[in-house]
Design a protein around this ligand. Sequence first.
Ligand code: ATP
Ligand code: MN
Ligand code: MN
Length: 303
Amino acid sequence: VTRETEKTMAPALPKSAVRLTHPDRIYWPDEGVTKEGLANYYAQVWRFMAPFVVNRPLALLRLPDGINGRQRFFQKHAWKGMNSHIQEITDPKDKQGEKLLRITDFDGIMALVQSAALEIHPWGTTTGNWEKPDMITMDLDPDDEVAWADVIAAAYQLKERLEAEGLAAFVKTSGGKGLHVVTPLTPKAGWAEVKGFAKWLADSMSADDPDRYLATATKAKRKGKIFIDYLRNGRGNTAVAPYSTRARPGAAVSMPLEWSELTADVGPAYFTVDNTPTRLDALPQDPWDGFFAAAKPLEKKKR
Ligand code: ATP
Ligand code: MN
Ligand code: MN
């Protein structure tokens, strides 16, 4: 295949009606990533990213002056002057409470870019089936002393245990320090049951190998260990979205991987705004191809 035909085979990028003001505003100074650069990045990953951010309650990390700016808002609620492509939605369990946020399409993510939302953190549920999560995220948080090979081993350990329960396991870099193992669920079990399962998984891993793994959030006990953070799975909790950028130096993103790609040289912040488009062009398919098709219901059993 020649370069020319490869180009014509690439899917057309989505277009948006959202106007970016100050497209040259710099969000990541060291990498020179601008607002416009971020918009281009999301246009390229949108076809893979959309199902993980559309029609879900969202928490945003907004940094209007970029990652080194003084303003840094982690927000779940609307703000004054919010772009109309970001919707306000009502939590069905908190009808009187402050409205939550959702996007429904590509204009929505462009509105997030315009709003300097440099991290996107969805709930593990869709707003159409709010009380029935459609994924579990197990967040591996290694202490600084833990070797990367041991973090990879922990991800495989989780995969094995999930598969033993009849569930699928997908892996992504966090774009920070760790890995996230994500399991698609048929929306059936409620929040308490899903969080209970995630806790059971973390507890059993740490019980079987207490020198390596920890299932409690106590920072002091973490030395040399990996915290299996199951707490992303409660109602109202969030985890960074697949393909979301991180508001940290390096302009890293949380990158979905095929298991075979999880090697010693692919560290937690290996994939970035800059190198992701090249990676996706070179991939034969979505690294998480079949994610939602692999969903299984969480079976009720005594744990
Ligand atoms: P790392 O690899 O560095 O651990 P991570 O995304 O897994 O990256 P954690 O610190 O393990 O980060 O998890 C933090 C999670 O807590 C985020 O996924 C986010 O959804 C949630 N969160 C809750 N409150 C905040 C906040 N104020 N700022 C950032 N994240 C928050
Ligand atoms: Mn983490
Ligand atoms: Mn964590």
